[in-house]
Write a protein that binds this ligand. Structure first.
Ligand code: MN
Length: 192
């Protein structure tokens, strides 16, 4: 099976209040594409040649895991954005956030703290656990909560390549801009 770089649901210059076209060109056009290419090269002749990305994330190790998870993680990250986002959660998603974190603001604060305190490269996640509660988790490198049986809902890429062209070393400046383009409609659809 040949993995492909999915088309973005917006143009490269659609999110410029938060993420520049140059960052999209490099992050999506170069980094994401490279993970797709690496994965396609690595799986040839292995048990993962016809595996889905989800199976690769749950079962593979080493380069196949790293590149497969990075393909999935980046698609999940980019597809959460919109130039006209639903700016806040509603319905069941909002009720879950309020019961597990207090308020939307308290949730964002906790998520941002997890993003700021993640040392090195990785991802911060909001997931639904088996008890029906929301969890924030930090994952290093290509880590993905599917591997722990969680249902991912939202992720923030805190690898420097996600923000360095726009915010240089200032991860704390990237995070509020990230929230400006997150489309809560997408997150609610993932919750189902
Ligand atoms: Mn990235």
């Amino acid at each position: 099976m040949i993995h492909e770089l999915p088309k973005l649901p917006y143009s490269a210059d659609a999110l410029t209040t938060a993420i520049s076209a140059q960052t999209i060109d490099f992050h999506y056009g170069k980094h994401h594409q490279a993970y797709v290419n690496n994965l396609n090269n690595l799986i040839v002749g292995t048990p993962y040649e016809n595996a889905t990305l989800e199976t690769i994330i749950k079962e593979a190790e080493g380069g196949i895991f790293n590149n497969g998870a990075q393909v999935w993680n980046h698609t999940f990250y980019f597809e959460a954005f919109s130039p006209n986002p639903q700016a806040s959660p509603a319905g069941r998603l909002l009720r879950l956030i309020e019961s597990d974190f207090g308020t939307l603001t308290e949730f964002k604060d906790k998520f941002n703290k997890a993003a700021l305190s993640l040392f090195g490269s990785g991802w911060v996640w909001l997931s639904l656990n088996n008890q029906g509660h929301l969890e924030i988790s930090q994952e290093s490198n290509a880590g993905n909560p599917l591997r722990k049986g969680l249902k991912p809902l939202l992720t923030c890429d805190v690898w420097e390549h996600a923000y360095y062209l726009d915010y240089q070393n200032r991860r704390a400046d990237y995070l509020p801009k990230f929230w400006e383009v997150v489309d809560w409609k997408v997150i609610a659809d993932r919750l189902g």
